[in-house]
Design a protein around this ligand. Structure first.
Ligand code: TA6
Length: 305
């Protein structure tokens, strides 16, 4: 999509501008309710701050903005699989001829999406992007992805997958949301009490969550069958981020802690102290299946209370 074509779409809104950060183009929204930045690569939101509030979303200060390379932070769209392909159920991994060459978290966050429209409404600006995939060795199915952001007092996101192929396909996915915190030692994630989870750091063993999730070491857990509402509580200053979604049945909770922070690209060595991920997902037994011509939509709203 050429910058001129993007500018034409942006002219439909009073609050949208085109920005470039290193190799990547982004849409900035500055409306009366909030400010946000959405990169065309991966349709990835990297900033959201409601008027008069602190940042709702975290993005690494050392993130790299290079074509084809995932941006560290914001809300990466992980599709058509979550994590390492070989760790996904067979009905997903068996769809590719060369699973070893598959990128972690799929390819949707690495490709250029099209900006479809930017529209100012009464209490938000809507930004819609899409990506049309033609069957290839990376994913042998014709399909259409679209995402619609509502930039208002709340951040709302609707991710839609349509099967434009003559074959059924299966996928897993996650909205890999990064959140800021003043002090990771003061953070608790609520809503996951008594949920079953897979601890990827303990040989993918099955565990049960006792009380809230707290952080004093690396955490990398896949919770399954989670409630529609999760909260990230921070003690001082007191604030809670609420995630609500009826269509995501799993949640991934991650903090890299000291050692992994040093290994991660585009991530400061002390980054673990001021961020955490709570990712809205459908993974493992929640494999998603799309028949030819079928569409599935996944909503997520994120707000500060
Ligand atoms: O969602 C948690 C996780 O799978 C972690 O294991 C870590 O790898 C993180 O995602 C980041 O993955 P990325 O590919 O963005 O570096």
């Amino acid at each position: 999509m050429t910058p001129d074509a993007i500018e034409k779409r942006l002219s439909e809104s009073n609050y949208a501008t085109l920005q470039q950060q290193d190799e990547l183009l982004a849409v900035d929204i500055r409306n009366p309710f909030a400010k946000a930045r959405i990169f065309l690569q991966g349709a990835q939101l990297t900033q959201f701050q409601a008027k008069g509030e602190t940042d709702l979303i975290w993005c690494s200060p050392t993130a790299e903005y290079q074509a084809g390379k995932a941006i560290r932070g914001g809300i990466p769209i992980c599709w058509p699989w979550f994590g390492a392909l070989e760790k996904n159920p067979g009905e997903i991994s068996s769809q590719l001829d060369d699973p070893d060459a598959a990128p972690a978290h799929g390819f949707a966050r690495q490709v250029q999406w099209q900006l479809d429209h930017v529209q100012d409404l009464d209490d938000h600006t809507e930004v819609k992007l899409s990506y049309q995939h033609r069957a290839d060795k990376h994913w042998p199915f014709n399909c259409l992805l679209s995402v619609r952001y509502q930039i208002g007092k709340q951040l709302k996101m609707r991710f839609i997958v349509s099967n434009a192929d003559s074959n059924t396909f299966h996928f897993s996915h996650a909205l890999h949301s990064y959140f800021p915190c003043e002090d990771i030692l003061q953070v608790e994630v609520g809503g996951l009490e008594d949920c079953h989870y897979i601890d990827t750091l303990q040989d993918w063993s099955e565990q049960t969550q006792l009380g809230t999730v707290q952080f004093c070491a690396e955490v990398d857990r896949i919770y399954t069958d989670v409630p529609a509402r999760l909260q990230i509580h921070h003690a001082i200053p007191q604030r809670s981020i609420v995630l609500e979604s009826d269509e995501h049945h799993c949640a991934v909770v991650w903090n890299p802690w000291v050692d992994k922070s040093r290994r991660l690209s585009g991530f400061p060595d002390d980054g673990y102290q001021s961020m955490l991920c709570v990712e809205s997902a459908n993974v493992l037994q929640h494999v998603q299946t799309l028949q030819p011509g079928q569409t599935l939509a996944y909503n997520l709203s994120i707000s500060l209370v």
